[in-house]
Design a protein around this ligand. Structure first.
Ligand code: GUN
Ligand code: FE
Length: 427
């Protein structure tokens, strides 16, 4: 169902430079938005979507997801990070086979697409990652993904997940060569060393060079938990992000999940090197990791975006939840306006586009950009507007995944009224 679509009479939250909210029509040809205006007439073969009383937003961009963990939802509730990894997540990742990984990915993607997420930065497990890519390819979601890399025993990584350094690098490059650029660039490879604790210095420096050579992202976790930081300090003699910078990894190709416990030098590194921080408020709360200083990072103009992390981290992959938490957890300490609705909506859309290096292609509704959109019905009981309420505020503080009626990625309708068009279709 590749678009030629005409969306008529929508409230459009453009997130263009002026952050205009307009009422009008969007014409989609193939994968792109080709016209925005009012009173547009359908061309011959266009399917018309009547969006009267509907709100169209840029699809959400989640910059930290583990599709491989979707099947572990509910396993390891009420544990903190290192115990949760050792007792639950690592043994479960080691137990995945090809089929379970494929269905874990599909289940996660179904949830993401249904709740308006159109792009993800995803970290898989050590084995079988080709099957996650197959799910991504079939589903239609836009994704940067890669196999996780774990070539060091720090933190009690189970034997079944321990990799040989050269094999880890070779398998990553093989996957990159197979999948990077698939679907006209809808899929990209991202090197995914899990975190400093599970990676040798040699692996990290090779990843640095490979990411420069292939011009792809590096996606990892850092400074999430005080216990993790202690182990990194004991292993390297440095603070986490100082160490990554020391190895030359801190640059604009790096996407760092969490970044809760930072000192002044680490904050400076994030800012000066153009590192992209993926803030995961639901996961940070549930794993008792802490509250990241996003107001401080925003003030310093650090690149900030949002992610739900894995399904067992906060029990769902819903960006509405993450936006709301990102805003409200800051209010007691920093006051009501420091992290307002518009700031978190920006992080969920154009901020994510910047993190993945695609701000010219996604993250806002503008002519020439990819048609990655979600169509919301904000006339449900819990969202029905009183006079003159800012629609972004209604979305951040009231909307839920149930309000997403249609999701379009790359001009293709991938979900319509609960039906997953691409996932369900026979190939
Ligand atoms: N740090 C290392 N691995 C993980 C993981 O799978 N999830 C989270 N939240 N943090 C991690
Ligand atoms: Fe994570």
């Amino acid at each position: 169902m590749l678009g030629n679509l005409l969306i008529k009479n929508a409230e459009i939250i453009t997130m263009n430079q002026r952050e205009e909210i307009i009422t009008g029509d969007i014409r989609i040809k193939d994968t792109l938005i080709v016209e925005i205006g009012s009173g547009l007439m359908p061309h011959g073969d266009e399917r018309v979507i009547d969006a009267t009383n509907r709100t169209v937003i840029p699809g959400f961009i989640q910059t930290h997801i583990h599709l491989c963990q979707t099947l572990f939802r509910g396993k390891g509730d009420d544990l903190e990070l290192m115990d949760w990894l050792r007792k639950r997540i690592w043994p479960l990742e080691a137990a995945h086979d090809e089929e379970s990984l494929y269905y874990s990915a599909m289940l996660g993607i179904g949830e993401l697409i249904s709740s308006g997420t159109t792009t993800i930065v995803d970290m898989e497990t050590v084995h079988h990652t080709d099957f996650a890519f197959q799910a991504i390819a079939k589903s239609g979601i836009r994704a940067l993904s890669g196999k996780v890399m774990m070539d060091q025993t720090g933190g009690d990584v189970p034997a079944a997940l321990q990799e040989d350094t050269a094999a880890s690098l070779q398998e990553s490059v093989d996957l990159l060569e197979k999948w990077n650029g698939y679907g006209g660039g809808r899929i990209q490879y991202a090197f995914s060393p899990r975190f400093v604790i599970s990676c040798t210095e040699r692996l990290l420096t090779e990843v640095r060079d490979l990411s420069a050579r292939y011009k792809v992202k590096v996606h990892t976790h850092a400074s999430e938990n005080l216990g993790e930081i202690e182990i990194v300090q004991a292993m390297t003699g440095m603070r986490n992000i100082v160490y990554l910078d020391h190895l030359g990894l801190a640059n604009e190709r790096l996407i760092l999940a969490h970044c809760i416990w930072l000192d002044g030098e680490e904050r400076r590194i994030l800012k000066e090197r153009g590192v992209h921080v993926s803030h995961c408020p639901g996961s940070n709360l549930k794993l008792a990791s802490g509250i990241a200083d996003t107001p401080g990072m925003l003030h310093d103009q650090v690149s900030l975006s949002l992610g739900a992390d894995g399904a067992p981290c906060n029990n769902n992959l819903d960006m509405f939840n993450e936006m709301r938490l990102a805003a409200i957890i800051q209010k007691p300490q920093h006051g009501p306006t420091t992290m307002d609705a518009r700031s978190v909506f920006r992080m969920a859309t154009i901020g994510g586009a910047r993190a993945v290096g695609m701000e010219e292609q996604i993250g806002s509704i503008e002519v020439g950009k990819k048609a990655d959109l979600a169509l919301l019905n904000l006339y449900n009981f819990h969202t029905f507007p009183s006079y003159d309420v800012d629609p972004i505020s209604r979305i951040v503080y009231s909307a839920t995944r149930a309000d997403v009626e249609t999701t379009i990625i790359n001009g293709e309708i991938v979900m319509d009224r609960g039906q997953l068009k691409t996932i369900d279709k026979e190939v």
